[in-house]
Structures are given as C-alpha cells and as structure tokens.
Design a protein around this ligand. Structure first.
Ligand SMILES: [Zn+2]
Ligand SMILES: [Zn+2]
Length: 201
C-alpha cells in the first residue's frame, strides 16, 4: 500500500540471553513474536487466512485509522479495485505460529527476502494478510473472523470504517460515500469529490 506509516509505535522488546543474529531479530519482535496470553492482553479480534494455516489475534478493537487505497499497485497485487487497510501498531498483533507459514514480498525491490515495507501473505493459499510498514502494520480486515450474528457483523463494519480514500484519481469504481478522497497520498495531494472532480479550495 502506498501510504506512509501513520504513527510511530515502538517495536516491542524481547529479553533474550544470547543476542540473536541481526538478520533474525525481526522474527522475535511483534507482530511475529509468539506471545503468552497474559503478555498479549485481552483478544479483541481473531483473524485467519482462507486455508487456516495463518491465524492471528489483535488486542485493539479499533485501528488507528482505516483507508481505501485505489493505487495501481494495490489493484494489481490484491486483484481488486481497491485495497482496504486498517492501521495497527505492531504490538497489537500476534501471529499464532510466529513467522511460520508467512511469506513476504517487497514490491519496491521485487524481492522475497524480508525487509520493510513488505506485503505479507499466507505461503499456502496466498491470502493477503497485511502490509508491514516501518512503524505500523496495514492489516486487511477481510481476514478478521466476522461473527455469524448481525450485531457482530455491524460491529466489524463500524470498527473498521474508513476515514478516507487515497489515490482516488486511479479509481476503477466510484464510491459515493461522501468521505474525503485524495487524488494521491493523503494530506499531500488534491481533494476530489465522489466523482473525481477537484474540490474548490
Ligand atoms: Zn495502494
Ligand atoms: Zn492460507
């Protein structure tokens, strides 16, 4: 996703006796650090990929922000007209099996070695799980386990409601929801109306 990291959550620390090789250290930090329930805190949401190899928990009910991104990269890599991203601090996510079963793609270098920003998906079914940025994770709420009852479903929609659209100038579909729509990056491009016309100042 083409957004900048919105806020700087400090990566969690993990006490170890022997220093890990530097290139492995990321595996032992959130969101890949496997955490005991008492350390992680109350689970607010659970999520999983299509095949079930990847599952995770969130300890925050609401993301810091959520957006729809209409950039070409998101369209292509998600096979969808736009991407729905919910921004969470890294410390608010934990994968049940750590890095096992996850794979990484760095779209700026066309590489699959771990580096941030990275697109993170299930290695088996390829479900996109999140984009990991330098400071935060942009989680795709589609993988959150939506409850069966109507009330739970409404709660998901309400908690993950987007605040704005970005890269709306590249849209494949118009979304007349009245939300702020940025031509490119948020706060750094022109504001458009629902139909892509530049809004008067
Ligand atoms: Zn994008
Ligand atoms: Zn899977």
């Amino acid at each position: 996703m083409a957004t900048k990291d919105a806020c700087g959550a400090a990566p969690g620390t993990h006490a170890t006796h022997k220093p890990l090789p530097k290139e492995e250290a990321w595996k032992h930090r959130p969101p890949y650090l496997i955490q005991a329930p008492e350390d992680f805190g109350e689970i607010k949401w659970r999520g999983k990929c299509h095949c079930g190899q990847i599952s995770y928990s969130l300890n925050m009910e609401r993301p810091l922000n959520a957006k729809f991104c209409h950039c070409r990269g998101c369209q292509l890599m998600h096979g969808a007209p736009f991407q729905w991203a919910a921004i969470f601090p890294k410390s608010s996510i934990t994968f049940d099996r750590g890095v096992r079963g996850l794979e990484f793609y760095c779209s700026s270098h066309y590489t699959r070695e771990y580096e941030v920003p990275a697109k993170v998906s299930c290695s088996y079914c390829r479900t996109p799980i999140m984009d990991e940025g330098r400071n935060v994770c942009l989680l795709f709420p589609e993988s959150i386990e939506f409850g069966k009852d109507e009330e739970e479903f409404d709660r998901v929609k309400e908690c993950f409601e987007v605040s704005s659209h970005i890269f709306y100038s590249k849209r494949m579909v118009e979304i007349p929801d009245g939300k702020p729509k940025w031509a490119g990056m948020d706060e750094a491009s022109e504001l458009l109306d629902d139909y892509g016309n530049v809004k008067p100042e």
